[in-house]
Structure formats: C-alpha cells, structure tokens
Design a protein around this ligand. Sequence first.
Ligand SMILES: C[S@@+](CC[C@H](N)C(=O)[O-])C[C@H]1O[C@@H](n2cnc3c(N)ncnc32)[C@H](O)[C@@H]1O
Length: 199
Amino acid sequence: MHELPFSQACENNKHIILEILERHLKDGDQVLELAGGTGQHCVHFAANLPNLHWQSSDIPSNVDNLNLRLADAKLANLPAAITIDVNHPVWSSDRPTAIFSANSLHIMSADSVENFFKGIGEALQADGTLIVYGPFKYAGEFTSESNEGFDRWLKDRDPASGVRDFERVSKLATKANLTLIEDNAMPANNQLLVWKKSK
Ligand SMILES: C[S@@+](CC[C@H](N)C(=O)[O-])C[C@H]1O[C@@H](n2cnc3c(N)ncnc32)[C@H](O)[C@@H]1O
C-alpha cells in the first residue's frame, strides 16, 4: 500500500479556493486541471462539485503519484489523471470549458509559462474560464517579504523557476484571447486570478 502524496498547503487553501470556484464554475462544466500535484485539490473540488467533470493532469514523472490519490477517492466525476506537459504541442483532444491550475507558474520556467498560456488559448472553449492560484509580483514588487524569501528559495533550487510578474502573465493571457475578470487576494500572500476567454 503506497502512502498518498500530501501537501499541507493544499489542506490549508482548498476550502477558500473552493468558495471562489463555486462562483465561477457551473454544472456540466468540463474542467481540465494542469499540474495536479498531490491530487488533494481535485479530490476536494470534484467531491464538492459533483455536477461537473474534473480531469486532472500532470507531467509524466508525477502522474502516477497523483493517480494514487484519485484511485483512493473513487469519485464518478474524477477519472484517472492524464499526462500533460505544457511544453508538449498538443495536450489532449478534449476542449475543456474551464481550466484550473494552482502553484504551477512559479515552478515552471518562463518558456513553460508561455507554453502554458499558448496551450490554454488553443484548448479552452470560447467563453471558457481560466482560474490560476499562486503568488505573483506586481510592478516588480513582491506582495510580502515571505514571497521574496520564497522566490530566493525557488531560484536556489532551480534558477529557471520563480514568482512570476503579474504584468507578464497578463500579456500572455491577452495573447491567448483571455480577459481578466477577477484578481482575488488570498491568504498566505497568494492570488486567485480568473480570466474569461472571448466568445
Ligand atoms: C508546487 S506543485 C503544485 C501542485 C498542486 N497544483 C498544488 O497546488 O499543490 C507544481 C506542479 O507543477 C507541475 N509541473 C511542473 N512542470 C510542468 C509542466 N511543464 N507541465 C505541467 N505541469 C508541470 C509539477 O509536476 C507539480 O505537480
């Protein structure tokens, strides 16, 4: 029996993220999650939003780990996670009505962040919703000292990673036909950004 992957941060933030998802997602939505991680988010969201279909995904090296938790949860609206690396030119043949991703942009390289938005521009249905959770810098400034320390820690680990500039991400989103409709300040110096794709 494998131990399930676990992140304390996911336990702490999943309730408040769900409150915002409830405002933006609707029954029948086909949600694609990028960078599903431990699966704690998708299990919590799919269990609490049973009338939508939640397809989680992660890169090949993490998808089996993610699937341990999904198999344990056995939810009808949460199939096994699929493999998606945002750098791969084609993600899947499905066209989701919503895309969710948490704590992924600061882990990826700047080129991967570009591919993340390029892929979303191609995959997301017209009028679809993109919801992204994580830390951001605004006008070059961190929103807290702890985020600045987090950025240093990330870069020591992987110089290509780091807390992303909101303005840069906004430009990439605009190029992908997305319009920002909400920027929610969240606990622990994170943001939850919501975009709508044009019709
Ligand atoms: C810090 S974890 C966040 C996981 C989870 N979403 C959470 O909030 O706890 C970063 C995730 O990004 C994924 N990731 C890294 N590079 C990626 C890529 N090129 N394409 C898709 N996912 C990627 C990792 O496998 C990992 O699951």
